[in-house]
Design a protein around this ligand. Structure first.
Ligand SMILES: Nc1nc2c(ncn2[C@@H]2O[C@H](COP(=O)(O)OP(=O)(O)OP(=O)(O)O)[C@@H](O)[C@H]2O)c(=O)[nH]1
Ligand SMILES: [Mg+2]
Length: 339
């Protein structure tokens, strides 16, 4: 879709945000956007899909593609997460490789080179979590970059940032604006993502499950939206005054014992997940939300092609066997998030 009547000064850039799990990809994107769009938790492998997130600086559109953390695994679902990240590289004009300063840095470059399996375009390095290092300025990062170029000759620039304090994020933003090329914007004004509010509703329910459940259980949880209905939202009117939204969602777990934990004693856990998720969804839709959650035992859902496709994870190039495709269930008509 090309938006008509574009300003002649318009510029655009598509940036893939890449790196190992938990390095701070989604946090940086949220900081650049100035809103909590993408899900962030202390757990690795929080992000499961590639998500285009859009911000505009004057006439420059910056599309940041959030991606799952690249990691080695023979499991089908992990192959699909990695595929999502690699597809981020395919669409990008520029790659940002995030390197966590709180871990050993050089192995993160070799790990990325091994995992990405793609020809890379221009790549910038963003060292993250500088606030957690006592004297980040004294680190020999120029030397690190020289050594990193031996495995990643595509490296052009590097930055040291903190998404927590905002340190240097404005320098990165300025560099992205400078790197954008003249051309039309790809998203309508005000749209914040290529994913609709139905997708983000599932994300915000999963976020609360990640934050509230312990140990391995978050990884055994998936969320699907069974029914999503918005009343009072005239699609032509981008800022409806009175919206009511009815959402029915399923939290899938692998085993009956996990279902009992997600429900909790007297339903306390599911109530807490629902209450917290609902608040965030209400802020997104700009109205009242009725959220109906069910906990379903879906044995080995992480190997079930239908469910994987439903949560936006089609088969990967290295999937174990050819999986049957299902027609998308979700209507494309649904309202994008345009605050
Ligand atoms: N102190 C500090 N913590 C950070 C910073 N950036 C991210 N974090 C924390 O690191 C953890 C992981 O952050 P995410 O943004 O979810 O990392 P990610 O790379 O998107 O992780 P995955 O989606 O799992 O691949 C969270 O607890 C964040 O709050 C930072 O600049 N400083
Ligand atoms: Mg993430």
């Amino acid at each position: 879709m090309l938006i008509e009547h574009q300003h002649p000064d318009n510029r655009s850039i598509m940036v893939a945000v890449l790196g190992a799990p938990n390095v701070g990809k989604s946090s940086l994107i949220n900081h650049l956007l100035g809103m909590d769009l993408s899900v962030v938790t202390p757990l690795p492998q929080t992000t499961r899909n590639k998500i285009k997130c859009v911000t505009t600086v004057d006439h420059t559109e910056i599309i940041l593609v959030d991606t799952p953390g690249l990691h080695k695994s023979a499991q089908e679902i992990n192959k699909r997460y990695n595929q999502q990240a690699r597809e981020g590289v395919d669409v990008a004009d520029l790659n940002l490789l995030l390197v966590d300063l709180t871990r050993e840095v050089l192995p993160q470059f070799t790990h990325f080179r091994d995992m990405v399996e793609k020809e890379l375009g221009p790549t910038w390095i963003v060292f993250t979590k500088s606030d957690r290092i006592e004297d980040a300025a004294s680190l020999p990062l120029a030397e690190v970059i020289e050594r990193a170029k031996e495995v990643l000759p595509e490296i052009q620039k590097w930055f040291v940032i903190s998404s927590k304090t905002g340190e240097n994020v404005h320098t990165l933003t300025g560099a992205l604006v400078d790197a954008a090329q003249p051309g039309p914007h790809l998203f309508p004004d005000g749209d914040v993502s290529d994913k609709n509010m139905r997708f983000f509703s599932a994300e915000y329910i999963r976020e609360q499950a990640f934050l509230l459940l312990k140990e391995e259980l978050p990884y055994e949880v998936a969320v699907t939206i069974d029914d999503y209905r918005e009343m009072g939202a005239d699609k032509k009117d981008k800022k409806p005054s009175k919206i009511e939204c009815m959402i029915s969602a399923s939290i899938h777990v692998n085993r009956p014992s996990q279902r009992a934990i997600v429900i909790g004693g007297g339903g306390a856990m599911i109530k807490e997940i629902g209450t917290r998720a609902r608040r965030k969804i209400e802020a997104m839709v700009g109205g009242q939300v009725h959220l109906n959650l069910h906990v379903k035992v879906s044995p080995r859902w992480f190997k079930n092609n239908f469910l994987l496709e439903e949560i936006g994870l089609p088969r990967a190039e290295d999937s174990a066997r050819v999986w049957r495709k299902r027609e998308p269930k979700q209507s494309q008509e649904e309202r994008p998030w345009n605050p």
